[in-house]
Ligand binder design. Structure first.
Ligand SMILES: *Cc1c(COP(=O)(O)O)cnc(C)c1O
Length: 429
């Protein structure tokens, strides 16, 4: 092997080794199933398929078309949606498509504030800004880590947005959509829910069902609580044929050329698996998140929303200013093989994104590895040792590695298979 290739292989190998011995708690990540991972290295990766099945601009798509039709059908069924588009190549790209369809410099959009947990794509410096808009942000109730319903109702009635966007990246509790539904109707806006974080919980029937609560279009990443490939998805009950057409054409040729066919096939496999395992998986994710919140709270951490059971999703948020802030905390955790991210809290200024007050933890990947509530206690203890007791992370790391030995499989999928790190070694023998 050429030196550079060898170098890159080695880094990936080391990464695999490290992650197989770590506790992964980034709320936006997950592990794809062995069967879905097969799709990612298939020849689908090497092809182009612009447009829609049966109306392609390239030849060679006979089987690709079959996969796309089936994946779209699975998506509609799983989310009980009139319309699904499985082509967006990421959550942000799905968001750009909605913005292209319904937004524009002469349009008004309302959204959650980035500090209150919204994704950068709904910020003026992200995709919303790219479309020439700047969102008007909803009043947020920090104690409940959710929208202030009365304030939001009033604000939507006054502002009369063209698009009302909801959904967060720090998404602890369902958005009060039902409480806002009459206001949406009065204003007549497009209601858009960014479900990137919670798609897997929604599909498992364990969060809210936005499309039944007045939402016209729902976008999301397919690799967070939905344990699929790095990809995106758009689901909708379009308000008119015109809205449907706009959504369709804004994906291609709007924001995409090719749509990463290998990832689409992997998504199809993941959706099929989620049909069978999604409910059980989503239930356990939420149980684990609540248990992790409780276990950290009992150890003295300032976990948000103790009065509400900490969370109703996969995510918990903690204020760690007492221990030097978000960055200091996650760096110490990383040295002990616990992977998490620092996060803005509602009181932080967006400019402090490099040194925010909080950290965000997710239970979805731990659950996928087979952990249950009782294991959350052990995880919380490791975190406490590093952050509160200031123990040498290297010492904690040894215990983390030992703990992780019992969790090497991937659960909630058809075929237990080799995790990435073992498979990689096998292929390169
Ligand atoms: C993760 C996320 C996205 C999109 O992420 P991609 O990396 O582009 O898939 C969009 N919205 C929210 C709320 C997110 O958390």
């Amino acid at each position: 092997m050429k030196e550079d290739v060898r170098f890159i292989y080695e880094q990936v190998d080391k990464h695999h080794e490290w992650f197989s011995k770590s506790i992964p708690m980034i709320a936006s990540e997950n592990i794809i199933s062995p069967l879905a991972r097969e799709m990612l290295i298939s020849d689908f990766h090497d092809r182009y398929a612009e447009g829609a099945p049966g109306e392609r601009y390239y030849q060679g798509n006979i089987y690709v078309d079959e996969v796309e039709i089936r994946t779209e059908k699975l998506a509609k069924k799983l989310f009980d949606a009139d319309y699904a588009d499985v082509r967006p190549i990421s959550g942000t790209v799905a968001n750009m498509a909605v913005l292209m369809a319904f937004g524009g410099p002469d349009k008004k959009i309302t959204s959650v504030d980035v500090s209150s947990g919204a994704h950068i794509s709904s910020a003026p410096f992200g995709a919303v800004g790219l479309r020439g808009m700047s969102p008007i942000t909803y009043p947020f109730n920090v104690d409940d880590m959710n929208l202030d319903v009365d304030g939001t109702r009033k604000m939507i009635l006054e502002e009369k947005p063209d698009i009302a966007l909801f959904g967060q990246s720090v998404f602890l509790f369902p958005t009060p959509l039902k409480e806002l539904e009459d206001v949406f109707q009065e204003v007549g806006c497009h209601v858009w829910y960014d479900g990137a974080h919670v798609l897997g919980l929604i599909a498992g029937g364990e969060f809210q069902d936005p499309l039944k609560e007045g939402v016209e279009v729902m976008t999301g990443s397919t690799h967070k609580t939905l344990p699929g490939p790095q990809h995106g998805m758009l689901l909708a009950n379009p308000s008119s044929d015109e809205a449907r057409d706009k959504l369709f054409w804004s994906v291609f040729p709007g924001v995409l050329s090719n749509h990463h066919l290998h990832a689409m096939a992997a998504l199809g496999v993941s959706l099929a698996e989620h049909m069978d395992f999604g409910k059980e998986y989503a239930k356990q994710i939420i149980k684990n998140a609540k248990a992790l919140g409780q276990a950290l709270y009992e150890r003295g951490f300032d976990v948000m929303c103790s009065h509400k059971g900490f969370t109703a999703s996969h995510t918990i948020a903690m204020d760690v200013r007492e221990y030097g802030g978000g960055e200091t905390s996650v760096e110490a955790m990383e040295e002990a093989n616990m992977i998490a991210n620092k996060n803005l809290m509602p009181w932080d200024d967006v400019d402090s994104a490099q040194e925010p007050s909080g950290i965000r933890l997710g239970s979805q990947e731990l659950t996928r590895l087979g952990m249950k509530e009782s294991h959350m206690d052990e995880v919380a203890e490791f975190i406490k040792r590093v952050i509160i007791e200031d123990e040498d992370p290297k010492k904690v790391k040894q215990d983390v590695e030992e703990f992780r030995e019992d969790f090497q499989g991937i659960h909630y999928c058809y075929k237990e298979g080799m995790p990435a790190h073992k498979r990689f070694k096998f292929l390169n023998k």
